[in-house]
Design a protein around this ligand. Structure first.
Ligand code: GLU
Length: 254
């Protein structure tokens, strides 16, 4: 099966904002296992800005938010991809970096080039690790967040399934902090879930549940199964693929 897996910044960062290499390594172990089982993987990974920010603690000058985003992502993306490269190399798996912008999905020449690049990587068993090119994507040129990007990549690559990993178990039927509420396991196509979606969002990444569920519904409409699950849970990816009935997640049926 062809799978697009999106890993959010909150999955990859510790409470103090530093990159959680242990978590990253555990996810790479599972991706390697899924590859052995015959799945083809495209990874969409956030975490550039967050890991750059934790690397450049000494920055004291008065940078505006655009400067900061450019600076942090330039440093953080290098750090992120280096870790992935080394972790996957331990399994003898080749990976490559695909940095993209919104323009690459609208301009037809760019779109074709990008599609071709990912196709040739997959044909040569190289895992594409995709992120937005945060160094040049500014304000209106930006994707809403990497959830949006992962939906577009899943469609472009004709993935059968998109897994969105965040730091929450799925979509709850109310406030997740309320013990009486539970994760909705499946969502039928076209179901109105706006009442369930919490508008608050966590710190590290740009996305939130609202954006995840809207991307999930759009992507499911395009014929791709979408799963939202907690990337901080042990063995989440292998459990989702091999024991989904007993694994906490929200699945958007298509
Ligand atoms: N591209 C951003 C990063 O790597 C993440 C965007 C998002 O949080 O969705 O830091």
């Amino acid at each position: 099966m062809r799978l697009t897996i999106k890993i959010g910044s909150n999955v990859l960062t510790r409470k103090d904002g530093s990159l959680d290499i242990t978590r990253m390594s555990a996810l790479v172990d599972q991706i390697a296992e899924l590859r052995n089982e015959g799945h083809e993987i495209i990874l969409v990974s956030s975490g550039a800005v967050a890991s750059g920010r934790s690397e450049l603690k000494h920055i004291t000058s008065d940078l505006d938010s655009v400067d900061k985003r450019q600076l942090f992502s330039a440093v953080g993306q290098a750090k992120l991809i280096n870790h992935y490269f080394d972790l996957f190399r331990d399994y003898g798996i080749n990976v490559g970096q695909v940095l993209t912008t919104k323009e690459n999905f609208s301009d037809s020449e760019h779109r074709k080039n990008q599609e071709n690049c990912i196709r040739v990587m997959l044909e040569n068993e190289v895992i594409p690790i995709v992120n937005e090119n945060d160094t040049v994507s500014i304000t209106e040129l930006m994707f809403t967040d990497n959830d949006e990007l992962s939906g577009l990549i899943a469609q472009m690559t004709q993935s059968q399934t998109l897994i969105i990993l965040s730091n929450i178990d799925g979509i709850y039927n109310g406030d997740p902090a309320d013990k009486n509420n539970h994760v909705i396991r499946t969502i039928e196509p076209g179901k109105d879930i706006s009442d369930y979606i919490q508008t608050t969002k966590s710190s590290a990444g740009r996305g939130g549940m609202q954006s995840k569920s809207s991307v999930a519904q759009k992507t499911a409409k395009a014929g791709i199964n979408v799963i939202i699950a907690n990337g901080k849970r042990e063995n989440i990816l292998t459990d989702l693929m091999n024991n989904r009935e007993n694994t906490l997640c929200t699945e958007f049926l298509c």
